[in-house]
Design a protein around this ligand. Sequence first.
Ligand code: ATP
Ligand code: IP8
Length: 275
Amino acid sequence: MPQYLKLVLYMRVEAIVKLGGSVITAKDKPMIVNNRALNRLASEISASELEKIVIVHGGGSFGHPLALKYKLNEKFTGSEEQIAGFTITHRAMLKLNERVLEALGRKGLKVAPLPPLAFATLASGSLKSMFYEPFINALNMNLTPVTFGDIVFDSDRGFSIVSGDLLMSELSRKLQPLKAIFTIDVDGLYVDDPKYNPDVELITEATVAEVEPLLSRLRFKSSDATGGIRFKLEQACRIACAGIDVYIVNGLKPGRLFKALKGEKVRGTLIKGVR
Ligand code: ATP
Ligand code: IP8
């Protein structure tokens, strides 16, 4: 077997990054990409010159409104409408993915696009199986795997949505990157939603034990098909429990992702990996 196809990683993955749907799309305008933010994030990833990196992106206004419209996060009824919605939602995510791939490609990144529909299955919304080999092969060939929140088969429900946040935690636990970075449209994790409560305090650094009590108090929007900030924080805690530092930074603010990638001091939230 050629060296690069062996199922071990030759070099440590330096970072896994989620490009939040709240950053790369206009979340309140259906199927609109925030080109400015997306192109800048692509530049920041390229400028970081990290060689081994995995990119995950969210659904934003491409995935969530369709998943809700076609009730894809509810029980599979077998209706024509739900089946049509499955295809429509996946294709919308492929369209967003294409825009992400174009932006990364323009900045010189060599990418391997990996749609979850073809490598993951769920059971009652939880991960059942995931085929990691393409990620390892891509990384060993110096390609950047790019995956995304998607609609996938679920052995109990027919279909379920796999969130990019769940992929972040599953891939982190398997690939053991040095750090995991979530970009969102606010400065990090707050004790309450800063959009509703502008005086609220940013949590700059915390342990899993310190952020866990927050989970039940976090608000999330009904326009979100995958559990919003609460689910993200649960996945961030799972990653930190695997010993990996987790950063949550504002992807709409120039330079924040770059600094987090380079290990420079940055405004945001650090959840320290449990060692
Ligand atoms: P997507 O799921 O489309 O990829 P995303 O990963 O970019 O989206 P969201 O799931 O939309 O991010 O979560 C970010 C949002 O969570 C912010 O817009 C913010 O208003 C909201 N939010 C709610 N509570 C909090 C909190 N306590 N701290 C930070 N953000 C919060
Ligand atoms: O935005 C959701 O992924 P997320 C994907 O990462 C769909 O939660 C299809 C809604």
